[in-house]
Ligand binder design. Structure first.
Ligand code: GLN
Length: 456
């Protein structure tokens, strides 16, 4: 059914970079056989899933939305992909994304944009717009995304889907092509909170192949979602983040946000306002730390080991450096080049302390804001994104306007805490989905599911 749906709508939506119909059908048949034989099955055995193209998949192309990796087929699976396969989830294919996960609209993909199924003239969010659009367009019931500054939650918000960024270290990053190692997390994109809990539970847990993986069992996410579904939140303290719920938000987004807060009160939660004064510096901090890490990570695309190799024109015996220059010039898009330049500049001698060092200090202040807030409340809430889906092309020539989309999602990545975005209804002015964000302390991912399911 998912493959039929893909055949019917993919021409309009372009959520996928690669569809593996034969592989998915083979895995589905194997699942049927297990069921017929009465074998014990995982709850998601046989449920098809789409995977963001930044995760390595053995035998399936993995491009990260970049020309520099065109045609690359990894010889191994990311740990999360291996877990999907072991639990029997057929993999439908790889989803479109901003090149190397840099962007908020999926317009920076080297393979063309993805279109928002709610309105095909609008962006599906980014960088994981393909995964969100695939779920929103009913091409896949489940998808995997990655979130460095909001790339699961913001696409979730603007496509009316559920997206979760787990606690940093809660889900393995092995086989995830890194943008910024200290910020990246893999997480679920689904239509319901319970689906997200089931998928998070499956992909999470300790992985010795990822040195930042936390060696501790996950809380019981599925039980938390089931408990929350009963709708009783008495005893729960919720903090509305002052700095993330006022200026700079579309009126219709704020109205839906307020309605969701009222629902929390109705369910018995106590709601207070909490100030996190350093959050106003989160965007600036992120746009130093992330390019620094990204510029270092992308140095490996040197045209020597894998991927695109372009021989420079007009040079007789090109040196390795000539080939690297020509290949990186042809293989990377403008946004990637912009961040490499920013990152190498900020890391260069003489500037390192002033930029990177300062950003690291402010990052600590943001983490302390979370610590102080979570001494007062169990969870924090805000709208996920400042606006509903904007028009394709609207922010393409204005990187700062594009960056502002992640205003509310970035603090969680800087502090490593988990967050979920849920649909909170349609904004009055344009009839497009708005997102509601819930944030919890590190390792308390279960709270996202309890509160999220109560709102559903
Ligand atoms: N939009 C943000 C950026 O461009 C976040 C991207 C992400 O989470 N991968 O960096």
């Amino acid at each position: 059914a998912a493959l039929d749906r893909i055949a019917a709508v993919e021409g309009a939506v372009h959520a996928f970079l690669h569809v593996d119909a034969a592989g998915a059908l083979e895995q589905a048949a194997a699942s049927d056989a297990r069921r017929a034989a009465g074998e014990p099955l995982h709850a998601l055995d046989g449920v098809p899933i789409a995977v963001k193209d930044v995760l390595a998949t053995d035998g399936l192309p993995t491009t990260c939305g970049s020309k520099i990796l065109e045609g690359w087929v990894p010889p191994y699976d990311a740990t999360v992909v291996a877990k999907l396969k072991a639990a029997g989830l057929p993999i439908l294919g790889k989803t479109n994304m901003d090149e190397f996960a840099m962007g908020s609209s999926t317009e920076h993909s080297a393979y063309g944009p993805t279109y928002n199924p709610w309105d095909l003239t609008r962006i599906p969010g980014g960088s994981g717009g393909g995964s969100a659009a695939a779920v929103a367009a009913f091409e896949a019931p489940l998808a995997l995304g990655t979130d460095t500054g909001g790339s699961i939650r913001q696409p979730g918000a603007v496509t009316g889907t559920v997206g979760v960024k787990p606690t940093y270290g809660g889900v393995s990053r092995y086989g995830l092509v890194a943008m910024a190692n200290s910020l990246d997390q893999v997480g679920p994109v689904t239509r319901t909170v319970l689906d997200a809990a089931l998928l998070h539970d499956l992909i999470g847990g300790h992985d010795p192949l990822d040195s930042t993986s936390i060696d501790q069992p996950l809380p019981d996410l599925v039980a938390a979602a089931r408990e929350g579904a009963a709708g009783d939140l008495s005893g729960l303290k919720v903090g509305v983040i002052t700095e993330l719920s006022g200026d700079g938000y579309q009126a219709g987004v704020l109205a839906r946000f307020q309605e969701s807060v009222d629902l929390l009160v109705k369910a018995g939660a106590e709601v207070v306002e909490v100030s996190c004064p350093n959050f106003v510096h989160a965007l600036a901090t992120y746009y130093l730390i992330m390019p620094c890490e990204a510029s270092s990570n992308l140095a490996k695309f040197d045209a020597m080991r894998y991927g695109l190799r372009v021989l420079p024109e007009g040079i007789d015996n090109p040196s390795a450096e000539d080939v690297m220059r020509a290949s990186r010039d042809a293989g990377f898009g403008d946004e990637v080049k912009r961040r490499i330049i920013l990152g190498t500049y900020a890391l260069s001698s003489g500037y390192y302390d002033a930029y990177y060092g300062t950003a690291q200090k402010v990052r600590t202040l943001i983490t302390r804001d979370f610590d102080a807030a979570f001494e007062q409340v169990d969870v924090l809430v805000s709208p996920t994104a400042p606006t509903t889906a904007f028009e394709l092309g609207e922010k393409l020539d204005d990187p700062i306007a594009m960056y502002l989309n992640d205003l509310a999602t970035i603090p969680a990545n800087l502090a490593g805490v988990p967050g979920i975005s849920l649909p909170s209804g349609l904004a009055d002015e344009d009839g497009l989905p708005a997102g509601f964000q819930i944030l919890a302390p590190a390792l308390a991912d279960d709270r996202l599911y309890r509160v999220g399911a109560a709102l559903e």
